[in-house]
Design a protein around this ligand. Structure first.
Ligand SMILES: Nc1ncnc2c1ncn2[C@@H]1O[C@H](COP(=O)(O)OP(=O)(O)OP(=O)(O)O)[C@@H](O)[C@H]1O
Length: 203
């Protein structure tokens, strides 16, 4: 499904990473691990095309990934560390928008299910600036799960989640794999990595 070939990225003279190679098949999860500043977010941004690598290629099903293509955007649900929301669009409206944009079958049922799953039903009519940081992060996760996806790219999905939220996340990522989704996630949570990842890329 996803193949990373000899990826290199630098800011200034020192490479953040170089010669990076790995693959992710449908139904597999790869964890990206490493200390603060080791390049995990940069790598995930290069995978989805939010950053441009200096060398190397990202291939999807054997074809160089074109982040502007409708097919790549239809395939890829991502939550990176800089998610923004429209300040005047409520939680439920955000999710309806994402579901509609991506052609989710039965969007209203899916939105209500995901709101419940993520514990956001009570704040469904609130605007993003009024949410707690954990609720805002849950909205970012919910945005990934209200739409069809074949590739899930998550940057520290465990951040700001409470204990119950982390348990939910672990089970949800296992279910994603079982449904054939390829998952790549950066994480500092050893329990999550051990429960979900088939392999790790250490930066
Ligand atoms: N836009 C940028 N311009 C210059 N340097 C950058 C930029 N983005 C990231 N860096 C640098 O690249 C390195 C990797 O950053 P990155 O955010 O990928 O690390 P990370 O592994 O995700 O860290 P953390 O665990 O703290 O989230 C850091 O040294 C960071 O300062």
């Amino acid at each position: 499904m996803l193949e990373v070939r000899d990826l290199r990225k630098s800011y200034g003279d020192d490479p953040v990473f170089a010669g990076l190679r790995f693959t992710i098949a449908a139904g597999e999860a790869v964890a990206v691990e490493g200390r603060n500043g080791s390049g995990k977010s940069t790598l995930l941004k290069c995978l989805v095309g939010a950053e441009t690598q200096d060398a190397g290629e990202v291939l999807v099903d054997g074809v160089v990934r074109d982040e502007a293509s409708a097919s790549f955007r239809a395939l890829t649900a991502s939550l990176l560390d800089d998610a923004d929301y429209f300040p005047d669009v409520s939680v439920v409206e955000h999710l309806r928008l994402v579901a509609w944009l991506h052609g989710t079958p039965e969007p209203e049922r899916e939105v209500l299910d995901v709101l419940g799953e993520l514990g956001l039903s009570e704040v469904r009519d609130q605007l993003p600036p009024t949410l707690s940081s954990g609720q805002r992060h849950r909205l970012g996760l919910a945005s990934c799960f209200v739409r069809p996806r074949g590739l899930l790219v998550l940057d520290e999905p465990e951040q700001r989640l409470d204990t119950q939220g982390r348990t939910w996340l672990r089970e949800r990522l296992k279910a994603e794999k079982a449904a054939g989704v390829a998952v790549v996630f950066a994480s500092h949570d050893r329990d999550l990595v051990e429960a979900v990842a088939d392999r790790s890329v250490l930066l």
